[in-house]
Design a binder for this molecule. Structure first.
Ligand code: ACM
Length: 543
């Protein structure tokens, strides 16, 4: 069999460089997103049919079942699963390697397709899963259809792929606080993330206009705090309380989502915002506010517009939020718990005699130190429980526990400072990762929050700032795209804002940086959009 090595980032060029004069098979090769690290394209195809068997043993079996599940709807058949590989051909084999292959890490894999068999090797189940995502993309796009497709030939081109991600944190954020996102829509979003090998979903569960997670110890948080959304808050005539949409996740819903995401090797990371963006909590539990008596005297409907948008960081509020986080930790196995920490209007603390007294009692200098004190209390609580606090870059002021992770959103400066101080960092700058920004001229786009973030700009995002030396660069865990929900009221619109920008981000976070160009990305993206069509993802068409 002739083997044509084609460098992934410049397939045609590589064929020329290596002196291969026959037309490169890359033209017929489906473009994979994110681009694998190394692909050697070979002649021939493997044909998947009802006679094809899948073989795996031990922990690999679970991933194999997922492969069968992924293929079944469009093919209209379930492939048979064997315990042991047979010497026959027409076999797909998944294998966990032991001892581990250091080049593959936790999430990498090898995928070899010949006319006789498909062999997948990885150190860990996550690697097998990632290989399955590449294999799906090697099949005709119709394989992504949730119903039986008209396609009858399911051919996979022969190829050898060796692949592993550049970053371990490849995330997106969704915001059910602003507009509630029903469980089935979160699942749809997770399914599309998996196609792109994303592995973190931050879920912004609480904000001024909604508290979206059931907390048994404080049922008022959802009884009152879930009954509003951004649209209603903006409206001059908000809907009557008993006809509002609102919504929240029961604890059983959360368990269901955590399980669903884990099956796709996606870690669900909860975000419980504090001390600002806590309006819904304050409306529900006036004791958290700066002026509890004033709020408690009002009906809950009147309270929505009468609070200070930032809680009072009393020790009692620390205790309250610790109780909330205790239940959150029971539900989310994630080692990371995000507590927000951004955009606190501490002028309100300056104007409060009680907060000024508190600052003096705690021996602090000012409101900024009070903010840090509050964050550090929650940091200590989470650390005691074996979890790592994550917060937006405002949490940096005043010092943090060594395990805390900083999410840099106001540019990359916060991330640079954090990495220099020895903290792990996720880069999530507005400039390149805010997918609630416009992606084309505002006049021809649906209403967005503002900004300007076309696809091409996402594609030039570089999570590692050049000012960091190699040791500091290792602290950059990866990056994350944000889909804040103020102007994202439904799943179709969420798809529109996310894709194809998130496809570009997936490539930035997975594929090697060298040789990356938009010119070689766009033709692959065109192939890829056919997959998203089949998967019923309502992306923004290329203009
Ligand atoms: C943020 O966008 N306020 C983190």
């Amino acid at each position: 069999m002739r083997i044509r090595w084609c460098a992934p980032m410049a397939v045609q060029t590589a064929c020329m460089v290596l002196g291969i004069v026959t037309p490169c098979l890359a033209q017929a090769m489906p473009g994979i997103i994110p681009q694998p690290v190394k692909m050697a394209i070979q002649d021939g195809h493997f044909h998947i049919s009802s006679d094809t068997r899948v073989a795996a043993s031990g922990d690999a079996r679970q991933e194999t079942t997922k492969l069968i599940d992924f293929l079944a709807p469009a093919m209209g058949l379930r492939l048979a699963l064997l315990d042991q590989p047979t010497p026959d051909s027409n076999l797909i084999q998944l294998l966990l390697v032991s001892p581990p292959d250091n080049t593959l890490g936790e999430e990498g894999y090898e995928l070899q397709v010949t006319p006789q068999s498909i062999r997948i090797r990885a150190n860990k189940p996550a690697g097998l899963f990632n290989a399955i995502q590449s294999l799906r993309q090697l099949l005709p796009p119709a394989i992504f259809s949730p119903q039986k497709a008209e396609q009858t030939q399911w051919s996979v081109p022969c190829v050898r792929i060796t692949d592993a991600p550049r970053f371990g944190w490849r995330g997106l954020l969704i915001d059910p606080a602003r507009h509630f996102i029903p469980v089935q829509d979160v699942k749809h979003f997770l399914d599309t993330m998996a196609i792109h090998k994303f592995n973190r979903l931050q879920i912004h569960l609480t904000d001024d206009c909604g508290w979206r997670i059931e907390i048994r110890k404080h049922p008022e948080l959802t009884q009152i705090g879930s009954r509003m959304d951004f649209t209603e808050m903006q409206s001059a005539a908000p809907a009557a309380a008993n006809s509002r949409f609102g919504g929240f996740y029961t604890q059983e819903d959360i368990r269901d989502l955590v399980r669903y995401a884990a099956r796709l090797h996606i870690m669900l990371i909860p975000e419980i915002e504090m001390p600002a963006h806590t309006g819904a909590a304050i409306v529900s539990c006036p004791q958290l506010g700066l002026y509890p008596q004033k709020l408690a005297a009002l009906s809950s409907d009147q309270r929505w517009k009468a609070h200070e948008w930032v809680l009072a960081p009393r020790p009692e509020s620390v205790a309250f939020m610790s109780e909330v986080l205790a239940e959150v930790m029971e539900l989310f196995p994630s080692p990371y718990i995000h507590i927000g920490g951004d955009e606190a209007n501490i002028v309100h603390w300056k104007q409060s005699d009680e907060m000024q007294d508190l600052i003096r009692q705690l021996g602090l200098k000012d409101e900024t130190e009070l903010h840090s004190w509050f964050i550090r209390q929650l940091d200590a609580f989470l650390t005691r429980h074996g979890r790592r606090l994550v917060g937006w870059d405002e949490i940096l002021q005043g010092g943090l526990a060594p395990g805390a992770v900083v999410m840099s959103w106001r540019g990359q400066e916060g991330g640079i400072t954090a990495a220099k101080a020895g903290h792990a960092v996720v880069m999530a700058p507005t400039s390149h990762t805010y997918f609630d920004f416009y992606q084309g001229p505002a006049a021809s786009e649906p209403r967005a929050i503002g900004g300007d973030l076309p696809l091409e700009k996402v594609f030039v995002f570089e999570p590692i700032p050049p000012v960091l030396h190699a040791g500091q660069a290792k602290l950059i865990l990866g990056g994350q795209g944000q889909l804040w929900g103020e102007f994202i009221p439904n799943p179709k619109h969420r798809d529109y804002m996310a894709y194809p920008r998130a496809a570009a981000l997936a490539e930035i976070l997975w594929s090697p940086k060298a040789d990356r160009t938009i010119e070689q990305f766009l033709p692959r993206l065109k192939d890829h959009l056919k997959r998203l069509d089949a998967a019923q993802v309502h992306y923004r068409p290329l203009k």
